[in-house]
Design a protein around this ligand. Sequence first.
Ligand SMILES: CSC[C@@H](O)[C@@H](O)C(=O)COP(=O)(O)O
Length: 349
Amino acid sequence: MLNTKHDRIRAVVWTERGVRLLDQRRLPQEETYWTATCAFEVAEAITKMVVRGAPAIGIAAAYGVVLAARARFAEANSNWKALIKTDLQDLEAARPTAVNLAWALKRMAALINGLPSDVDPENALLAEAQRIHEEDIAANRRMGELGAALIEGPAKVLTHCNTGSLATGGFGTALGVIRYAYSEGQINEVFADETRPWLQGARLTAWELLQDGIPVVLIADSVAPYLLGQGQIQWVIIGADRIAANGDIANKIGSYGLAVAARHHRVRFMVVAPTSTIDWNLPDGMGIPIEQRPPEEVLTLAGKEIAISGTKAYNPAFDVTPAHLIDVIVTEKGVVHQPSSERMKTLQV
Ligand SMILES: CSC[C@@H](O)[C@@H](O)C(=O)COP(=O)(O)O
Protein backbone atom coordinates (compact mmCIF):
# COMPACT_ATOMS: atom_id res chain seq x y z
CA MET A 1 0.00 0.00 0.00
CA LEU A 2 1.23 3.46 -0.83
CA ASN A 3 2.25 5.44 2.20
CA THR A 4 0.38 8.75 2.08
CA LYS A 5 1.97 10.66 4.93
CA HIS A 6 3.53 13.00 2.39
CA ASP A 7 0.09 14.32 1.49
CA ARG A 8 0.51 16.62 4.45
CA ILE A 9 3.10 18.58 2.44
CA ARG A 10 1.66 21.17 0.09
CA ALA A 11 3.98 23.81 -1.34
CA VAL A 12 1.14 25.87 -2.83
CA VAL A 13 -2.35 26.32 -1.38
CA TRP A 14 -5.06 28.67 -2.60
CA THR A 15 -6.81 30.68 0.13
CA GLU A 16 -9.36 33.46 -0.16
CA ARG A 17 -6.65 35.96 0.85
CA GLY A 18 -4.12 34.76 -1.70
CA VAL A 19 -1.58 32.04 -2.53
CA ARG A 20 -0.21 30.42 0.60
CA LEU A 21 3.34 29.21 0.04
CA LEU A 22 5.46 27.01 2.26
CA ASP A 23 8.65 29.07 2.42
CA GLN A 24 11.27 26.69 1.00
CA ARG A 25 14.13 29.04 1.83
CA ARG A 26 13.63 28.27 5.51
CA LEU A 27 13.18 24.52 5.42
CA PRO A 28 13.98 22.24 7.12
CA GLN A 29 14.66 24.36 10.21
CA GLU A 30 11.40 26.29 10.02
CA GLU A 31 8.04 25.36 8.52
CA THR A 32 6.73 28.85 7.81
CA TYR A 33 4.14 30.04 5.33
CA TRP A 34 3.98 33.20 3.31
CA THR A 35 0.84 34.42 1.59
CA ALA A 36 1.21 36.31 -1.69
CA THR A 37 -1.81 38.59 -2.08
CA CYS A 38 -1.14 39.99 -5.58
CA ALA A 39 0.50 38.87 -8.82
CA PHE A 40 3.59 40.96 -8.11
CA GLU A 41 4.15 39.12 -4.82
CA VAL A 42 3.66 35.74 -6.52
CA ALA A 43 6.28 36.67 -9.15
CA GLU A 44 8.65 37.81 -6.41
CA ALA A 45 8.11 34.57 -4.46
CA ILE A 46 9.01 32.59 -7.59
CA THR A 47 12.15 34.65 -8.32
CA LYS A 48 13.32 34.45 -4.71
CA MET A 49 12.51 30.74 -4.53
CA VAL A 50 9.99 30.87 -1.71
CA VAL A 51 8.33 28.43 -4.10
CA ARG A 52 10.46 26.45 -6.57
CA GLY A 53 10.38 23.34 -8.74
CA ALA A 54 9.05 23.43 -12.30
CA PRO A 55 5.42 22.31 -11.79
CA ALA A 56 5.04 24.18 -8.47
CA ILE A 57 6.01 27.52 -10.00
CA GLY A 58 3.52 26.95 -12.84
CA ILE A 59 0.76 26.29 -10.33
CA ALA A 60 1.70 29.29 -8.18
CA ALA A 61 1.71 31.50 -11.29
CA ALA A 62 -1.75 30.25 -12.31
CA TYR A 63 -3.09 31.30 -8.91
CA GLY A 64 -1.18 34.58 -9.39
CA VAL A 65 -3.31 35.22 -12.47
CA VAL A 66 -6.44 34.83 -10.33
CA LEU A 67 -5.11 37.51 -7.97
CA ALA A 68 -4.21 39.72 -10.94
CA ALA A 69 -7.72 39.37 -12.38
CA ARG A 70 -9.26 40.21 -9.00
CA ALA A 71 -7.22 43.41 -8.79
CA ARG A 72 -7.60 44.44 -12.44
CA PHE A 73 -11.36 43.89 -12.51
CA ALA A 74 -11.75 45.97 -9.32
CA GLU A 75 -9.53 48.66 -10.82
CA ALA A 76 -10.74 48.88 -14.39
CA ASN A 77 -13.90 46.84 -14.74
CA SER A 78 -14.46 45.87 -18.39
CA ASN A 79 -10.93 47.04 -19.30
CA TRP A 80 -9.33 44.35 -17.08
CA LYS A 81 -8.19 42.21 -20.02
CA ALA A 82 -5.91 44.94 -21.36
CA LEU A 83 -4.33 45.58 -17.95
CA ILE A 84 -3.75 41.96 -16.96
CA LYS A 85 -1.33 41.45 -19.87
CA THR A 86 1.56 43.06 -17.96
CA ASP A 87 0.85 40.82 -14.94
CA LEU A 88 1.11 37.76 -17.16
CA GLN A 89 4.41 39.05 -18.56
CA ASP A 90 5.81 39.76 -15.08
CA LEU A 91 4.85 36.29 -13.88
CA GLU A 92 6.44 34.64 -16.91
CA ALA A 93 9.67 36.61 -16.43
CA ALA A 94 10.03 35.43 -12.81
CA ARG A 95 12.20 32.43 -13.79
CA PRO A 96 13.29 31.53 -17.32
CA THR A 97 14.16 27.82 -17.52
CA ALA A 98 11.17 25.79 -16.32
CA VAL A 99 8.66 25.85 -19.18
CA ASN A 100 5.82 24.79 -16.87
CA LEU A 101 5.59 28.44 -15.88
CA ALA A 102 4.93 29.65 -19.45
CA TRP A 103 2.71 26.61 -20.08
CA ALA A 104 0.42 27.38 -17.11
CA LEU A 105 0.24 31.07 -18.03
CA LYS A 106 -0.64 30.18 -21.62
CA ARG A 107 -3.53 28.07 -20.34
CA MET A 108 -4.75 30.92 -18.17
CA ALA A 109 -4.35 33.41 -21.06
CA ALA A 110 -6.38 31.16 -23.38
CA LEU A 111 -9.20 31.12 -20.86
CA ILE A 112 -9.00 34.90 -20.41
CA ASN A 113 -9.37 35.36 -24.18
CA GLY A 114 -12.66 33.48 -24.17
CA LEU A 115 -14.16 35.23 -21.12
CA PRO A 116 -16.62 38.14 -21.40
CA SER A 117 -15.06 41.49 -20.41
CA ASP A 118 -17.95 42.67 -18.30
CA VAL A 119 -18.27 39.72 -15.90
CA ASP A 120 -16.07 39.22 -12.82
CA PRO A 121 -13.51 36.63 -14.06
CA GLU A 122 -12.27 35.40 -10.67
CA ASN A 123 -14.32 32.22 -10.32
CA ALA A 124 -13.66 30.98 -13.84
CA LEU A 125 -9.92 31.62 -13.51
CA LEU A 126 -9.76 30.05 -10.08
CA ALA A 127 -11.43 26.90 -11.41
CA GLU A 128 -8.80 26.67 -14.18
CA ALA A 129 -5.89 27.21 -11.74
CA GLN A 130 -7.31 24.48 -9.51
CA ARG A 131 -7.60 22.16 -12.51
CA ILE A 132 -3.92 22.78 -13.35
CA HIS A 133 -3.06 21.98 -9.73
CA GLU A 134 -5.16 18.79 -9.54
CA GLU A 135 -4.04 17.54 -12.95
CA ASP A 136 -0.43 17.88 -11.80
CA ILE A 137 -1.03 15.71 -8.74
CA ALA A 138 -2.81 13.10 -10.89
CA ALA A 139 0.07 13.16 -13.43
CA ASN A 140 2.58 12.63 -10.63
CA ARG A 141 0.71 9.60 -9.30
CA ARG A 142 0.52 8.08 -12.79
CA MET A 143 4.23 8.70 -13.37
CA GLY A 144 4.92 7.11 -10.00
CA GLU A 145 3.29 3.89 -11.19
CA LEU A 146 4.86 3.95 -14.65
CA GLY A 147 8.35 4.71 -13.38
CA ALA A 148 8.21 2.19 -10.56
CA ALA A 149 7.23 -0.53 -13.04
CA LEU A 150 10.63 -0.10 -14.73
CA ILE A 151 12.62 -0.82 -11.58
CA GLU A 152 13.56 -4.36 -10.74
CA GLY A 153 13.94 -4.36 -7.02
CA PRO A 154 15.07 -4.18 -4.44
CA ALA A 155 17.16 -1.35 -5.91
CA LYS A 156 19.23 1.50 -4.59
CA VAL A 157 18.75 4.77 -6.43
CA LEU A 158 20.37 8.18 -6.60
CA THR A 159 18.40 11.40 -7.01
CA HIS A 160 19.33 15.04 -7.44
CA CYS A 161 17.75 18.32 -6.30
CA ASN A 162 14.19 18.15 -4.95
CA THR A 163 11.41 16.77 -7.11
CA GLY A 164 8.86 15.92 -4.43
CA SER A 165 5.65 17.41 -3.10
CA LEU A 166 7.54 20.64 -2.54
CA ALA A 167 8.46 20.97 -6.22
CA THR A 168 5.04 20.06 -7.62
CA GLY A 169 1.31 20.16 -6.89
CA GLY A 170 1.92 17.19 -4.60
CA PHE A 171 3.55 13.70 -4.57
CA GLY A 172 6.41 14.58 -6.92
CA THR A 173 7.96 13.60 -10.23
CA ALA A 174 11.21 11.67 -9.69
CA LEU A 175 10.45 11.55 -5.98
CA GLY A 176 6.94 10.32 -6.83
CA VAL A 177 8.50 7.34 -8.63
CA ILE A 178 10.78 6.79 -5.65
CA ARG A 179 7.84 6.99 -3.22
CA TYR A 180 5.75 4.61 -5.27
CA ALA A 181 8.60 2.14 -5.88
CA TYR A 182 9.56 2.17 -2.19
CA SER A 183 5.98 1.39 -1.20
CA GLU A 184 6.02 -1.56 -3.62
CA GLY A 185 9.35 -2.87 -2.29
CA GLN A 186 11.25 -2.09 -5.51
CA ILE A 187 13.51 0.49 -3.86
CA ASN A 188 15.13 -0.04 -0.50
CA GLU A 189 17.47 2.92 -0.21
CA VAL A 190 17.76 6.40 -1.68
CA PHE A 191 20.97 8.39 -2.03
CA ALA A 192 20.34 12.13 -2.34
CA ASP A 193 22.85 14.64 -3.69
CA GLU A 194 23.03 17.67 -1.43
CA THR A 195 22.69 19.85 -4.62
CA ARG A 196 24.96 22.82 -4.10
CA PRO A 197 24.57 25.74 -4.04
CA TRP A 198 20.95 25.96 -2.93
CA LEU A 199 20.98 22.57 -1.17
CA GLN A 200 17.58 21.35 -2.34
CA GLY A 201 18.72 17.76 -1.74
CA ALA A 202 20.01 18.31 1.78
CA ARG A 203 17.32 20.70 2.95
CA LEU A 204 14.23 19.48 1.10
CA THR A 205 14.58 15.95 -0.30
CA ALA A 206 15.97 14.46 2.90
CA TRP A 207 13.20 16.25 4.83
CA GLU A 208 10.47 14.87 2.58
CA LEU A 209 11.81 11.31 2.49
CA LEU A 210 12.32 11.09 6.24
CA GLN A 211 8.72 12.13 6.80
CA ASP A 212 7.65 9.15 4.71
CA GLY A 213 10.04 6.84 6.56
CA ILE A 214 12.05 6.21 3.35
CA PRO A 215 15.74 5.52 4.13
CA VAL A 216 17.84 8.33 2.69
CA VAL A 217 21.60 8.80 2.63
CA LEU A 218 22.82 12.31 1.89
CA ILE A 219 26.00 12.72 -0.16
CA ALA A 220 28.07 15.70 -1.27
CA ASP A 221 27.57 16.17 -5.02
CA SER A 222 31.18 15.25 -5.70
CA VAL A 223 30.60 11.76 -4.22
CA ALA A 224 28.10 10.74 -6.90
CA PRO A 225 30.45 9.50 -9.68
CA TYR A 226 32.47 7.49 -7.13
CA LEU A 227 29.27 5.96 -5.74
CA LEU A 228 28.03 5.06 -9.23
CA GLY A 229 31.41 3.45 -9.93
CA GLN A 230 31.06 1.23 -6.88
CA GLY A 231 28.18 -0.61 -8.52
CA GLN A 232 25.72 -0.15 -5.69
CA ILE A 233 23.23 2.08 -7.52
CA GLN A 234 20.87 0.64 -10.13
CA TRP A 235 19.09 3.82 -11.23
CA VAL A 236 19.66 7.56 -11.22
CA ILE A 237 16.20 9.17 -11.11
CA ILE A 238 15.78 12.91 -11.67
CA GLY A 239 13.17 15.46 -12.78
CA ALA A 240 13.32 18.09 -15.54
CA ASP A 241 12.61 21.78 -15.96
CA ARG A 242 12.31 21.72 -19.73
CA ILE A 243 12.42 18.90 -22.24
CA ALA A 244 13.14 19.67 -25.90
CA ALA A 245 11.30 17.90 -28.73
CA ASN A 246 14.23 15.49 -29.23
CA GLY A 247 14.37 14.44 -25.56
CA ASP A 248 17.28 16.65 -24.43
CA ILE A 249 16.46 17.86 -20.92
CA ALA A 250 17.37 20.81 -18.70
CA ASN A 251 17.45 20.10 -14.99
CA LYS A 252 19.22 21.29 -11.86
CA ILE A 253 22.93 21.99 -12.34
CA GLY A 254 24.84 18.76 -11.81
CA SER A 255 22.35 16.57 -13.67
CA TYR A 256 24.53 16.46 -16.81
CA GLY A 257 27.56 15.30 -14.85
CA LEU A 258 25.45 12.59 -13.24
CA ALA A 259 24.26 11.40 -16.66
CA VAL A 260 27.85 11.20 -17.95
CA ALA A 261 28.97 9.27 -14.88
CA ALA A 262 25.93 6.99 -15.01
CA ARG A 263 26.55 6.09 -18.66
CA HIS A 264 30.26 5.52 -17.98
CA HIS A 265 29.40 3.09 -15.18
CA ARG A 266 26.38 1.51 -16.96
CA VAL A 267 23.88 2.77 -14.39
CA ARG A 268 20.45 3.44 -15.83
CA PHE A 269 19.22 7.03 -16.02
CA MET A 270 15.52 7.93 -15.67
CA VAL A 271 13.97 11.39 -16.17
CA VAL A 272 10.48 11.90 -14.76
CA ALA A 273 8.40 14.92 -15.81
CA PRO A 274 4.81 15.70 -16.81
CA THR A 275 4.14 16.61 -20.45
CA SER A 276 3.70 20.24 -19.29
CA THR A 277 7.53 20.23 -19.06
CA ILE A 278 7.94 19.47 -22.78
CA ASP A 279 8.67 22.44 -25.02
CA TRP A 280 7.65 21.19 -28.46
CA ASN A 281 8.87 24.46 -29.99
CA LEU A 282 12.49 23.64 -29.21
CA PRO A 283 14.02 21.03 -31.54
CA ASP A 284 16.86 20.34 -29.09
CA GLY A 285 18.31 21.41 -25.76
CA MET A 286 20.68 24.02 -27.25
CA GLY A 287 17.87 26.59 -27.22
CA ILE A 288 16.87 26.16 -23.57
CA PRO A 289 17.44 29.40 -21.64
CA ILE A 290 19.61 28.71 -18.60
CA GLU A 291 18.94 30.85 -15.55
CA GLN A 292 21.95 32.53 -13.96
CA ARG A 293 21.47 32.92 -10.20
CA PRO A 294 23.16 35.47 -7.90
CA PRO A 295 26.86 34.80 -7.10
CA GLU A 296 26.05 35.05 -3.38
CA GLU A 297 24.47 31.59 -3.54
CA VAL A 298 27.94 30.18 -4.29
CA LEU A 299 29.98 32.60 -2.21
CA THR A 300 28.04 31.91 0.99
CA LEU A 301 26.90 28.86 2.91
CA ALA A 302 24.10 29.05 5.48
CA GLY A 303 24.38 32.84 5.34
CA LYS A 304 28.15 32.88 6.00
CA GLU A 305 30.79 33.95 3.47
CA ILE A 306 32.98 31.05 2.36
CA ALA A 307 35.27 32.93 -0.03
CA ILE A 308 37.16 36.16 0.49
CA SER A 309 35.47 39.33 -0.62
CA GLY A 310 36.11 40.09 -4.30
CA THR A 311 35.94 36.45 -5.37
CA LYS A 312 33.90 35.98 -8.55
CA ALA A 313 31.36 33.19 -8.93
CA TYR A 314 29.61 31.54 -11.86
CA ASN A 315 26.19 30.19 -10.91
CA PRO A 316 24.09 28.62 -13.69
CA ALA A 317 21.04 27.06 -12.03
CA PHE A 318 20.52 24.35 -14.66
CA ASP A 319 22.39 22.30 -17.24
CA VAL A 320 21.34 20.35 -20.31
CA THR A 321 21.62 16.57 -20.57
CA PRO A 322 21.52 15.27 -24.16
CA ALA A 323 18.90 12.66 -24.97
CA HIS A 324 21.51 10.02 -25.85
CA LEU A 325 22.58 9.84 -22.19
CA ILE A 326 19.01 9.19 -21.00
CA ASP A 327 17.64 5.64 -20.81
CA VAL A 328 14.02 6.57 -20.30
CA ILE A 329 11.74 9.60 -19.95
CA VAL A 330 8.62 8.92 -17.88
CA THR A 331 5.56 11.14 -18.37
CA GLU A 332 1.92 10.74 -17.39
CA LYS A 333 1.16 9.90 -21.04
CA GLY A 334 3.65 7.06 -21.21
CA VAL A 335 7.35 6.26 -21.19
CA VAL A 336 9.89 6.90 -23.93
CA HIS A 337 12.92 4.62 -23.98
CA GLN A 338 16.14 5.93 -25.59
CA PRO A 339 14.45 9.24 -26.43
CA SER A 340 14.75 10.76 -29.90
CA SER A 341 12.62 13.24 -31.87
CA GLU A 342 10.75 10.34 -33.46
CA ARG A 343 10.06 8.49 -30.20
CA MET A 344 9.07 11.66 -28.33
CA LYS A 345 6.23 12.15 -30.85
CA THR A 346 4.36 9.23 -29.21
CA LEU A 347 3.61 11.68 -26.36
CA GLN A 348 1.83 14.13 -28.67
CA VAL A 349 -1.58 12.56 -28.15
C1 LIG B 1 9.52 18.51 -10.32
S1 LIG B 1 11.00 18.87 -10.15
C2 LIG B 1 11.96 19.10 -11.61
C3 LIG B 1 12.84 20.25 -11.46
O1 LIG B 1 12.08 21.40 -11.28
C4 LIG B 1 13.85 20.09 -10.32
O2 LIG B 1 14.63 18.95 -10.55
C5 LIG B 1 14.71 21.31 -10.29
O3 LIG B 1 15.68 21.40 -11.01
C6 LIG B 1 14.26 22.42 -9.45
O4 LIG B 1 15.11 23.53 -9.51
P1 LIG B 1 14.83 24.78 -8.58
O5 LIG B 1 15.94 25.72 -8.94
O6 LIG B 1 14.91 24.29 -7.18
O7 LIG B 1 13.48 25.32 -8.95
